[in-house]
Design a protein around this ligand. Structure first.
Ligand SMILES: [Fe+2]
Length: 500
């Protein structure tokens, strides 16, 4: 969404300031964190997304914003000003309050004599309100050089109430050599300036900007926002903990600057509390959890297989150690509270990866996902069962494949929840043979596709939850058509998915 010439004139004069020669809205605008009375509006001033300094000087810039009840922005209900400072990467996070629940709003920014495009956002319904429907679009894994963002362009056309992004928003490595359709500088992002530049590079994409401008986002990270396969203070590529935590602090700061998040989650050094809940009236509760920042060190790390470093023997005793957590004790206690005290008919868990156990024919598991932390997974499933949580549904990402399956405490046991891994926006997936193998050894998985890029759409009513996987015809070319790949339904009060 490129900025347009600023109109009307009256609005310009309200925030008069020095002109910027170039459009400062080149990485778009966004909203997020909907509450019944407000949302966060976000932008980051960037006049050159490819430049290390974003094309901005160190000088602070005044940013005007307004939010209205109509898409022409004639019925403005709130407006204000904020200062974009270099210390925050010239980002602004506006926490708007005093809005009406469960309705659309439109917003835009202005700065330096330029106006941004217009974004649509939406407030959540009132707490406890009866709500008929909720549409969520969710995705993950958008490696820049691996493909184009046709999935985002399609998502923006679906009129979702909410967009959920489950991690790998950026990839920190220099562009890989294989399967590259576009390029970014051949450097690893590892300090604040290079992470900032990576976000700007990705966010210059018009399809990604359209997805941000179509609805409020809830967003959680995975590993690549910092470093591949990191866990807690442990980084595979750098065993020096203090050095890694410095890098993690830079990565978290850049993440905060580039996302429509509330000030309450602003990082303090290498720490950023991002797990949180969103309630959509009495219809749905969405808990998003952070399985990276607090996880215990990898189980049986020394027993990794050289060919695939994540695979460890399935019999590894550490993965069954109840003291080891993938979420950390405080987050686990918080999550148990969320699934106990919920009044919602549908209880969604937004998390990073595939939750079903995958044991290879030679009896190995990956220690980077839930299989490395078996007891954390077990405690969540037992929590749902014991609290009689209404209709738990898991949404996931990370594995660059679509998967739909049921989750139970024992193999072949009664389903407690269903899970839907929503593919990848552009990151490359797995071969048909690998998918067939995974499904053969895991009968709880009812559907798998590693060849198609895309995202998931969730339509919730009081009666059922329908998940549609939307597949991109060819993510290696721009503007590729997107169509339904598979559709599933979970009915109220009846655990287990059905293909429709
Ligand atoms: Fe990924």
């Amino acid at each position: 969404m490129a900025g347009a010439a600023l109109t009307p004139a009256a609005w310009t004069s309200a925030v008069a300031q020095p002109r910027l020669a170039d459009d400062p809205f080149q990485v778009g605008i966004a909203s997020g964190e909907p509450l019944p009375d407000g949302v966060v509006l976000w932008t980051r001033l960037v006049t050159n997304p490819q430049a290390m300094d974003s094309g901005m000087t160190r000088a602070p810039v005044k940013v005007g914003w307004e939010i209205a009840e109509d898409d022409k922005l004639t019925k403005t209900v709130r407006r204000g000003e904020a200062l974009a400072v270099a210390e925050a990467g010239h980002s602004v996070h506006i926490e708007v309050s005093g809005l009406k629940p469960n309705r659309d709003y439109w917003y835009r920014f202005n700065a330096g004599g330029h106006a941004s495009g217009v974004g649509r956002t939406r407030t959540a319904p009132e707490r406890g309100a009866k709500v008929d429907k909720l549409r969520i679009a969710y995705g993950s894994c958008q490696k820049w050089e691996s493909g184009y963002y046709s999935a985002h362009a399609d998502l923006a056309e679906q009129n979702p109430d909410l967009v959920l992004f489950l991690g790998d928003y950026i990839y920190e490595k220099k562009a890989s050599k294989d399967g590259v359709v576009r390029f970014h500088p051949p450097v690893d992002a590892q300090d604040l300036a290079s992470y900032r530049q990576r976000y700007a590079w990705y966010k210059a994409d018009p399809d990604l900007q359209a997805a941000h401008a179509c609805a409020p986002w809830m967003i959680m990270w995975d590993d690549h926002e910092v470093s591949n396969d990191y866990g807690g203070d442990q980084d595979r590529s750098n065993p020096a903990v203090a050095q890694f935590l410095k890098r993690r602090a830079a990565a978290y700061q850049a993440y905060y600057e580039n996302m429509p998040l509330r000030r309450t989650v602003k990082p303090v050094g290498p720490n950023m509390r991002l797990y949180r809940t969103l309630d959509w009236g009495r219809l749905a509760r969405l808990a998003v959890i952070d399985d990276r920042q607090y996880r215990a060190h990898r189980s049986c790390d020394a027993q990794q297989n050289e060919a695939n470093e994540k695979l460890i023997p399935a019999a590894c005793p550490e993965r069954f150690d109840p003291k080891r957590s993938m979420l950390g004790a405080p987050q686990e206690a918080w999550l148990q509270g969320q699934l106990r005290d919920t009044q919602a008919r549908w209880n969604l868990l937004g998390q990073q990866t595939l939750m079903n156990e995958i044991i290879t024919p030679d009896l190995r598991v990956s220690n980077d996902g839930w299989d490395g932390y078996d007891q954390t997974r077990r405690r969540i499933l037992e929590g749902w069962r014991d609290a009689k949580t209404s209709n738990p549904v898991v949404l996931g990402g990370d594995v660059h494949c679509f998967f739909a399956g049921d989750l139970s405490l024992e193999k072949g046991g009664k389903p407690i929840a269903s899970e839907f891994v929503g593919g990848s926006i552009s990151s490359l997936g797995r071969t048909k043979e690998v998918i067939r193998g995974m499904m053969g050894i895991t009968p709880a998985l009812k559907f798998g596709d590693g060849a198609t890029r895309g995202y998931g759409r969730v339509d919730i009513t009081e009666k059922d939850c329908t998940v549609t996987f939307r597949g991109v015809q060819d993510a290696l070319v721009p503007k590729s058509p997107v169509s339904d790949l598979a559709k599933f339904v979970v009915e109220d009060g009846e655990a287990g998915l059905k293909r429709v």
